[in-house]
Ligand binder design. Structure first.
Ligand code: SAM
Length: 329
């Protein structure tokens, strides 16, 4: 079994036990309260995740999806820096540690891991489930307010996943600048919505201004070619649904697709994709239509037909978010 699959399975196992003993209706109620809170105003003075029930609901309901989104972003990043693995990882606003699990799924080996968050119950639960992952047993879980006025300790890799949304504009800018000062590589993941994409672009601009190069998803570090307001760059990660999901959302689908926007930027030498598939490919009879973001800073459509031989076969296997053409072509 590859490391990524076994980490995902360990996470599922660790999360499965969390709601044991909590009546299903109570668990669903905690999730619904949390969703309502997340729709509210940005909390600037106190955490949303206040107690164990909030955090257990967050972890059981959201962590599999944030894990898959971050893993997908990190895999694209790893493709662009194939010789590199982080020796230290700082997860800012890490909550229950989804990104630490994702890092351990993408890069084997040992590293120092630190999670910063202001919600003590989230850190406590993160520490508890991390026991199921040997790569995280020595991780440090530190209570800290992030944003303006807080510098970060140096780390090879800083992750900021689903956090910018919870910060004021000033705190967002300060956090990205302090990540740029502390890290060789920074990976930021947000919800795959127009607003999430806008926060990613704002962060991307700051990282590029600080001397970073974009490793993924963009094939270049110049301005994003999307005309603001006309569209938003986002991707999709498939997540198995738990019984809690089915209870809260209804329906019987075995999976759902987590939409996310991201940027991975680095000071390392980097080989970004030649171009990237930025929508789900459309498969027609004898042809595949690809929407691409290209190295020459343009968005383009490409039609790959049977006449293209092996490239056509590759296009039929291509997925939203993949580099194009595939490396071996
Ligand atoms: C939506 S959760 C994301 C958690 C985790 N990164 C993930 O991807 O699953 C947002 C996290 O940011 C933390 N957070 C929000 N504002 C913060 C602040 N000002 N200081 C420290 N942590 C903060 C919250 O406590 C919460 O754990």
């Amino acid at each position: 079994m590859n490391v990524s699959v076994s980490v995902a399975e360990s996470l599922r196992g660790a999360l499965a036990g969390l709601l044991d003993g909590l009546p299903p209706r109570q668990a669903a109620g905690a999730v619904e309260r949390l969703i309502a809170n997340y729709r509210g105003a940005t909390p600037t003075d106190a955490p949303i995740l206040r107690d164990r029930a909030d955090v257990a609901a967050y972890a059981a309901y959201r962590m599999p999806a944030t894990f898959e989104a971050v893993r997908s972003a990190l895999e694209a990043f790893a493709d662009a820096v194939p010789e590199w693995a982080p020796g230290s990882h700082l997860d800012v606003g890490g909550g229950t540690g989804a990104a630490t699990w994702a890092v351990s799924a993408v890069w084997g080996g040992e590293r120092s891991v630190t999670v910063l968050d202001w919600a003590e119950p989230a850190l406590a639960l993160g520490r508890e489930i991390a026991d199921a992952n040997p790569a995280l047993r020595e991780a440090r879980w530190e209570r800290a307010r992030i944003g303006a006025g807080r510098t970060l300790d140096e780390a090879d890799l800083v992750t900021v996943s689903y956090v910018l949304n919870e910060l004021t504009e000033a705190d967002r800018a300060a956090l990205v600048d302090s990540a740029a000062a502390a890290a060789r590589s920074v990976v930021i993941v947000e919800a795959g919505t127009p607003a999430g994409y806008a926060r990613v672009i704002e962060a991307r601009d700051r990282l590029v201004d600080a001397g970073f190069r974009v490793a993924a998803p963009c094939p270049h570090s110049a301005a994003c070619p999307i005309v603001p307001g006309s569209d938003w760059c986002h991707f999709s990660a498939r997540v198995s649904r738990s019984s809690l999901h089915r209870q809260v959302k209804g329906g019987s689908l075995a999976y759902e697709d987590e939409k996310f926007s991201y940027v991975a930027a680095t000071r390392l030498p980097v080989t970004p994709a030649a171009s990237r598939v930025v929508r789900r490919p459309q498969i027609r009879k004898g042809q595949v239509l690809l929407d691409l973001c290209e190295a020459d800073e343009r968005l383009a459509k490409s039609t790959v037909t049977k006449r293209h031989g092996d490239l056509y076969k590759a296009a039929r296997d291509a997925d939203w978010g993949d580099p194009w053409p595939p490396a071996e072509q």
